[in-house]
Design a protein around this ligand. Structure first.
Ligand code: SF4
Length: 564
């Protein structure tokens, strides 16, 4: 029977008396707060948020060499700043050089865009910053942020001033904090929406982002919230997700998921089976973050994500701790989300609930430029739109297009290289930052992806009309999983491979058969590594072409790539 009561309970009633294990995990509530590694030390010595004042008063005036290491390599992240990779250092050096030898004197700056929601004015400001301070660089990430490169510390205060003048920020865009909140790109506008997540995203961002009490977590904490039936925020791989559902007695609200994450030891999130009303969503979010802060593992950094706590506790215990220690009431049981009936990337033209239309378009692997962002803002305004959304698939969605403007907007987007009817390859390929700017990278990703897409479009033109809507190709520059390779039909993990002359050449380990509910499969699953299957970057196009031709030959009628 569905449990719908929200009764008070006695906090701490369950038999969960924290006990010290022989080897402490660094859980604050169990082991105490004494730091067990250098990261924990510097975070305790001075909250990462405090570095802003030093950037403004000292480092921006005195330059790069005045920045001490714990600020440069630690606290700067709390404000969205990472040093970028020095140009010209190949991937073979990544493991052999010290991190500071790989590091440039320029920064990547991540602009936080909760829910991916931007106005034309904000877009223009980011475009202007990019052209003036960032050598015209701008990438839309698969977490709905925009990243700029080539930023000098001297320019950071002015960049903040311009961003904040239009309501944008870089606060907690990186670091051991609640990162950007993924939100449905069609929040509040889609005709088929279950619930609009905008108020919840806004409440969380306004109340808790930049709160020093939540600015020293064991590691990053990722949030995703959607009320759209396409489940368009990759909810299975976030630390907390709220997914729109209709409770038979309580109406529209959210289904609560926790503990997803990729990289090493990839893990899909658990449903807690709990229904969360819109009114309670922000406090439930807070309770989950506080559990992570208080019980998360801090001793080993590679075991510090919340998924490891879920591995040990399981969803039942997690829900009990949340309800009894943090909320003080029971959450009602609730239904799971219905399987999505269409892709969640929002590419193409779709009706809004107010009679307008939204148009989703695909830049190649999220790559834009400041010039193109500014031109996009102008195009939108010329045709009566002032709102844009970035998507978790490195795409953009222009909102509020009148019916008689659809053709003109789509044509203008195409002129900017933003195709609203892209090939399956352009639509479904994403790539991380890779060797161009990332200090951890081993191989190039963005350029490799761009030429792979172009060649596949050309070579597979004869089967293009038989391709499914989605056939995801995700490219990572190293074993981390910024481009979510385990959730792709074809996932490629960058590594160096032996070449014929006894040297090394860039290539990829292949993962096949992954996917999330929002892609073309019924249930989420992680791709399997195909033992021994590695392709060189030079052989990538041949490999993908062979694979797709085999799929085209062998599949049964209507069989998707995921189930082939
Ligand atoms: Fe850098 Fe690796 Fe992440 Fe790519 S996957 S952005 S190379 S850390």
């Amino acid at each position: 029977m569905t449990q719908v009561t929200e009764t008070s309970t006695t906090p701490g009633a369950a038999d969960r008396t924290p006990r010290r294990s022989a080897k402490p995990h660094g859980q604050w509530k169990v082991d105490g707060t004494a730091p067990l590694n250098h990261n924990e030390e510097f975070k305790q010595q001075d909250n990462g948020l405090n570095v802003r004042e030093r950037i403004e008063k000292t480092y921006a005036r005195e330059g790069f060499d005045s920045i001490p290491s714990d600020d440069l390599h630690g606290r700067f992240r709390w404000w969205g700043l990472y040093t970028q990779r020095k140009p010209g250092i190949d991937g073979g050096k990544t493991a052999t050089l010290e991190p500071h030898e790989l590091e440039d004197r320029y920064f990547m700056l991540r602009v936080r865009i909760d829910g991916g929601a931007l106005t034309a004015e904000q877009l223009r400001v980011i475009g202007g910053i990019s052209t003036e301070f960032g050598r015209d660089s701008a990438d839309i990430t698969d977490r709905q942020n925009i990243q700029l490169h080539w930023i000098r510390v001297e320019d950071v205060p002015e960049i903040w001033r311009r961003l904040e003048s239009v309501g944008l920020s870089t606060t907690e865009a990186c670091g051991d904090v609640p990162r950007v909140i993924l939100g449905s790109p069609v929040a509040g506008i889609a005709a088929d929406e279950i619930i609009d997540p905008t108020p919840v995203i806004r409440q969380i961002a306004q109340r808790y982002i930049g709160d020093p009490e939540l600015a020293n977590l064991p590691r990053k904490f990722k949030t995703a919230i959607t009320g759209h039936p396409s489940q368009d925020v990759v909810h299975e791989i976030n630390d907390i997700s709220l997914v729109g559902v209709v409770h038979p007695e309580l109406g529209p609200g959210y289904d609560l998921w926790v503990g997803g994450g990729l990289s090493t030891s990839a893990r899909l999130a658990d449903r807690l089976g709990a229904y969360v009303s819109e009114e309670r969503a922000a406090e439930v979010w807070l309770g989950v973050v506080q559990i992570f802060r208080d019980y998360g593992y801090r001793r080993l950094r590679n075991k510090a994500r919340m998924k490891y706590l879920l591995n040990d506790w399981g969803p039942e215990r997690f829900r009990t701790v949340l309800e009894e220690e943090y909320l003080g009431y029971l959450l009602p049981d609730g239904p799971p989300p219905a399987p999505p009936t269409r892709p969640g990337d929002h590419v193409g033209v779709h009706p809004q609930k107010d009679g307008g239309y939204y148009i989703g378009a695909a830049p190649v692997v999220g790559r834009m430029s400041g010039t193109r962002l500014t031109a996009l803002a102008e195009l939108m305004e010329r045709h009566g739109s002032t709102r844009l959304r970035a998507t978790p698939h490195q795409k953009i969605v222009v909102l509020d297009v009148a019916r008689d403007q659809i053709e003109a907007v789509a044509a203008g987007l195409a002129e900017l290289g933003l195709d609203s009817a892209p090939s399956v390859f352009r639509r479904s390929t994403i790539a991380c930052t890779g060797l161009e700017f990332c200090k951890l990278a081993i191989v190039d990703t963005k350029d490799t992806a761009a030429w792979t897409i172009a060649r596949l479009e050309d070579r597979l033109a004869d089967v293009a009309d038989r391709m499914p809507d989605r056939l995801s190709l995700h490219i990572n520059g190293c074993p981390n999983s910024c481009a979510r390779i385990q959730t792709a039909d074809i996932g490629l993990k960058g590594q160096l491979l032996p070449d014929a002359n006894g040297g090394q050449t860039p290539g990829f380990q292949v993962h096949l058969g992954g996917g999330l509910a929002s892609s073309d499969r019924e249930t989420a699953g992680l791709g399997r590594t195909v033992r021994g299957l590695k392709v060189t970057a030079d052989g990538l196009v041949d490999y993908v072409e062979r694979l797709i031709r085999r799929y085209d030959d062998e599949r049964d009628q209507g069989e998707t790539f995921a189930y082939w």
